[in-house]
Write a protein that binds this ligand. Structure first.
Ligand SMILES: [Ca+2]
Ligand SMILES: [Ca+2]
Ligand SMILES: [Ca+2]
Length: 134
């Protein structure tokens, strides 16, 4: 009897935790999707460099609450995508518009796997899945 109880607890745990995992993944995919939609300004299903830079500028402005022209740690902590955290190249705890610019250029190069100058939603999603952003 005890043995069966143990097995059913194990089975329950496996089912339970893989259930959570599926939900988390769905959430994540939903987030990637809405981020991509935000970037794809003309809604044609692909993101070109101009759209990416526009998105980046918008994000920057939105986050720069004190309008200091750079982003501090506190301002960055409100950014759920964490896309800008990697931009602090000189590691001084602040991100300038220039650092932000070049980070997004880097993202574009890395995401555009087939080098056709456009990022598809699949390329975008694959990139973040690979990086394990969360
Ligand atoms: Ca587009
Ligand atoms: Ca910096
Ligand atoms: Ca591409």
């Amino acid at each position: 009897m005890i043995k069966y109880a143990k097995i059913s607890i194990v089975v329950f745990c496996i089912v339970f935790f893989s259930g959570i995992n599926v939900f988390a993944q769905q959430d994540q995919m939903q987030q990637f999707h809405s981020e991509f939609q935000d970037m794809d300004k003309d809604q044609n299903g692909v993101v070109v460099p101009d759209e990416m830079q526009l998105y980046q500028k918008e994000k920057f402005k939105e986050l720069d609450k004190d309008m200091s022209g750079d982003l501090g740690a506190e301002e960055l902590s409100t950014e759920p995508t964490k896309m800008l955290q990697a931009a602090d190249k000189d590691m001084n705890g602040k991100i300038t518009q220039e650092e932000s610019n070049s980070q997004f250029k880097e993202y574009f190069q890395e995401m555009d796997k087939d080098k056709n100058g456009q990022i598809s939603e699949a390329e975008y999603t694959d990139y973040w899945k690979l990086i394990h952003r969360f």
